[in-house]
Ligand binder design. Structure first.
Ligand code: FAD
Ligand code: FES
Length: 308
């Protein structure tokens, strides 16, 4: 894994998707290119968005009018959805959801703008050699690092079968560029973000407005019932809201399937110093628990380890 550091990346593109989502493509050169070339899926970076001017008022979502003006004191953590490393430069693309002052400012970034980025930080997903099937389970924005994992699995583990599950409350909360109004009630809809790697994907929405009508974890549970794979040859990699991760970890434990979950805690320093991202973890062979820092020991943890 590469050394972390503070690097200046340059914006290559900042594409609006359906509100409130966007995709920001950054270019790293020199030492930054080397550091981010090996950015592992599930790792994250801290972006400094404090000096970016607010977009014009008509481009600020109504619901964020008051919050948007808040001063930004801390860097913000983001994972990447795609990394492309060339000889002397690395492109990193992040998928973002506009939720507050920093992400509102992110929408104002233009091609050529510099952005200060600290990373790569934390520990990503690890798919061991013996695994033949990888199930990616994402809730809402949690699918972002899973898109990167899909990219890496396809490039480095060609013989592994991958299936992606993406869930959200409703169609509008699914952060994909595909024509979501085309999603029928049937299972097996192929999301372009995963289809580009030849990966099958299933969508679930709580309100049934797209794909499976129900929680993504119920969709996963049903899928597992009809799948014939050996449990020890499978692994589930999940990212999303904690109740979803808790359900995924429970399903995996019941079926003896290895499971890794990425927790999105509120973070301040991002490097294990401030203790604002503590995660209660079980201690092997004991009833005691310890606190680990999500930014330093995670954000990806073994599903069996976390006290949900
Ligand atoms: C490891 C990691 C990876 C992440 N990857 C992505 C990503 O790929 N794309 C993306 O859009 N966002 C990602 N996030 C979340 C992102 O950091 C926040 O959305 C961002 O900091 C919001 O900043 P803001 O100033 O716009 O809003 P803020 O005012 O900071 O937050 C607005 C609201 O969003 C909620 N919120 C913010 N951060 C979190 C969090 N970490 N967990 C739960 N709720 C939160 C809070 O309820 C808050 O009230 C990631 C977070 C972590 C910890
Ligand atoms: S964010 Fe400071 S310890 Fe994790």
């Amino acid at each position: 894994m590469s050394d972390k550091g503070e690097f200046t990346a340059v914006v290559v593109a900042n594409k609006k998707m359906r509100e409130p989502f966007g995709r920001l493509r950054l270019e790293f050169s020199l030492a930054g290119a080397r550091a981010f070339a090996n950015f592992a899926p599930g790792q994250f970076a801290q972006l400094d968005l404090s000096n970016i001017a607010l977009p014009s008022p008509e481009n600020i979502p109504q619901s964020l009018c008051d919050a948007a003006g808040r001063k930004i004191l801390l860097r913000r953590p983001f994972s990447f959805a795609e990394i492309v490393a060339e000889t002397d430069r690395t492109f990193a693309e992040l998928l973002y959801c506009v939720v507050g002052p920093a992400t509102v400012r992110m929408t104002a970034l233009r091609s050529g703008d510099p952005v200060s980025v600290i990373g790569p930080l934390g520990n990503g997903y690890h798919v061991g050699e013996g695994k033949k099937k990888v199930l990616l389970v994402g809730g809402g924005m949690g699918t972002a690092p899973l898109q990167h994992l899909a990219q890496v699995l396809t490039a480095q583990h060609g013989n592994v079968g991958v299936v992606a599950f993406a869930g959200a409350k409703t169609t509008d909360a699914l952060p994909f560029k595909g024509r979501l109004d085309d999603i029928s009630q049937q299972l097996g809809f192929v999301l372009p973000e995963f289809a580009q790697y030849g990966i099958e994907s299933l969508v679930a929405t709580d309100d049934g407005s797209a794909g499976y009508h129900g929680l993504v974890t119920e969709c996963l549970g049903q899928w597992l019932k009809q799948d014939q794979s050996r449990a020890d040859e499978m692994i589930i990699c999940a990212c999303g809201p904690e109740p979803m991760l808790a359900a995924v970890a429970r399903i995996a434990a019941e079926k003896n399937i290895d499971c890794q979950v990425s927790l999105e805690r509120r973070m301040a320093c991002g490097i294990g110093l401030c203790q604002s991202c503590a995660v209660e973890c079980k201690v092997d062979g004991s009833s005691e628990t310890v606190y680990k820092m999500c930014c330093e020991h995670g954000p990806v943890f073994d599903g069996k380890e976390v006290v949900f």
